[in-house]
Design a protein around this ligand. Structure first.
Ligand code: COA
Length: 178
């Protein structure tokens, strides 16, 4: 089945001009939203960070952030889609772009933390080959919820390339993407 990604979806580098819209989406999605200072700090670290936005025309509908540690490890720091636009393939498009960036930077493995209760995100990450490898007890301070630590290993191997191609073939239209 093809995912329903709008034909006018584009992915671009996150800039300070996007932060007002980013914060609005952030507040709608998280119990403990990042303050603007966190995004500004991330955007200043241009060598190790890769932050992107998904736009429907001029309307911001999601964003993601990648942190590269070294060739063995990069973190998905955030992946968030406007609540009105969930389940339209936008999270997939954003994650695809970040994974490709990690591969371009010759990173071998990706990791992330996700709330134990966040079935939606975990399903998306499993599709991208992430597997749970551990639990950080009470990681989320405001709710004391556990974090599941997930890894996707050997992302530069042909097997993983095939996985990405399969996911991409299900994205019916992704204009402006890579
Ligand atoms: C997680 C999130 C980014 C997914 O973005 P999205 O654009 O809705 O995801 P997609 O439409 O690309 O969905 C891709 C797959 O993820 C899974 N998925 C997404 N939402 C789901 C849901 N509500 N329930 C179950 N599975 C879900 C499905 O496998 C889906 O594929 P399908 O639609 O073919 O079944 C989005 O739900 C979100 O922003 N949530 C709040 C913030 C958050 O939790 N971010 C992750 C932090 S670790």
């Amino acid at each position: 089945m093809a995912l329903k990604v709008s034909s006018n979806l584009s992915i671009a580098a996150m800039r300070r001009k996007h932060l007002r819209a980013v914060l609005a989406v952030e507040k709608d999605n998280y119990v403990a939203p990042w303050p603007v200072a966190s995004f500004v700090s991330e955007l200043l670290q241009t060598n190790s960070r890769y932050y992107i936005v998904a736009m429907h025309g001029n309307f911001l509908v999601g964003y993601g952030g990648l942190m590269v540690i070294d060739s063995e490890e990069a973190h998905i720091n955030t992946l968030t889609v406007d609540v009105q636009h969930h389940r339209q393939g936008i999270g997939t498009a954003l994650l695809m772009d970040m994974v490709k960036e990690a591969i371009d930077r010759e990173v071998n493995n990706l990791t992330l933390e996700v709330r134990a209760s966040n079935e939606a995100a975990q399903a998306l990450y499993r599709r991208f080959g992430f597997v749970p490898v551990g639990v950080r007890k009470g990681y989320y301070e405001e709710t004391h919820e556990d974090a599941i630590i997930m890894w996707a290993n050997s992302i530069r191997d042909p097997e993983y390339t095939n996985r990405l191609a399969l996911i991409e073939s299900r994205l019916s239209i992704l204009s402006g993407g890579r």
